[in-house]
Design a protein around this ligand. Structure first.
Ligand SMILES: [Zn+2]
Length: 99
C-alpha cells in the first residue's frame, strides 16, 4: 500500500488513489482500519451529511444502526422503528419528521 504512505489519510481531494482506497475500506467501516479512515470516508460516502444527522439522532436517544443513510433516515423516517426497530414516534413528531 504505497499510496497510504503518500496520502496517509486518504483525504486528498481529486486523488484517484484516495478514492479507490476509500471505496475498498468502505464496507469495513466497523473494523479498526475502517475506523481509522472513517473521517475521510465520511466525505467519500456523503457522510458530511450523514454524520451530523447521525449525531443528532444519537443526541436524541436514538440508536441508528449506522451512519450510512442517517441523513435520509432523519428526513424520511416516519417512526423510530425505522431508525432503531423500537416504536417511539412521539419524538419524531415533536421534531417535525413525522406527522
Ligand atoms: Zn491520494
Amino acid at each position: 500500500m504505497k499510496h497510504r504512505e503518500t496520502h496517509p489519510n486518504l483525504d486528498v481531494e481529486g486523488c484517484f488513489g484516495c478514492r479507490v482506497s476509500l471505496v475498498h475500506v468502505g464496507p469495513n467501516s466497523t473494523t479498526t482500519r475502517g475506523a481509522a479512515v472513517s473521517q475521510t470516508e465520511q466525505k467519500a460516502r456523503g457522510w458530511d451529511k450523514d454524520m451530523p444527522a447521525y449525531r443528532r439522532l444519537r443526541k436524541q436517544g436514538y440508536q441508528p444502526r449506522g451512519i450510512d443513510g442517517s441523513a435520509r433516515l432523519e428526513a424520511t423516517a416516519t417512526s423510530a422503528a425505522q431508525i432503531e426497530s423500537r416504536p417511539d414516534i412521539e419524538k419524531l413528531v415533536a421534531r417535525g419528521v413525522a406527522e
